[in-house]
Design a protein around this ligand. Sequence first.
Ligand SMILES: [Zn+2]
Length: 138
Amino acid sequence: MSEGGAAKPDGALETSLSVFGAKPSLALVSVTRSSPGERFARAAKGAGIFWAFAAGCVFLPGLHFVLVPTFLLVDAVAGMRHLRDIEVVSRVHGACPRCGHEQDFATGNRLTSTWSLDCPTCHKTLTLVLSPTKASAA
Ligand SMILES: [Zn+2]
């Protein structure tokens, strides 16, 4: 009900891109809701990397007692983390507040209220905040 002007008709969310020492700019974030099959595929891909490290560490004498259980534990945590990614950011488009270059930013992370992005043009770390109108009204 209190979505107000935060949601665009095409499903994109209005967000704020900010960097220290510059005026925040508007960015549009598109979100994809993934099916259970897509989430399982992402979880298997994320966990498979650590499973491969664990399998490779079996052949290290002495160290395998520590590294194999550690990588298997990290493997399980990474898999569970990706299984919970119901809403995934599919597109972030906006102008960098520092250099002003309008572009698409790297995506693929879970939808959270705030996260960091890198501007490929000026190489500054930008902070993206969802629904800036709600944050400033509170
Ligand atoms: Zn920039």
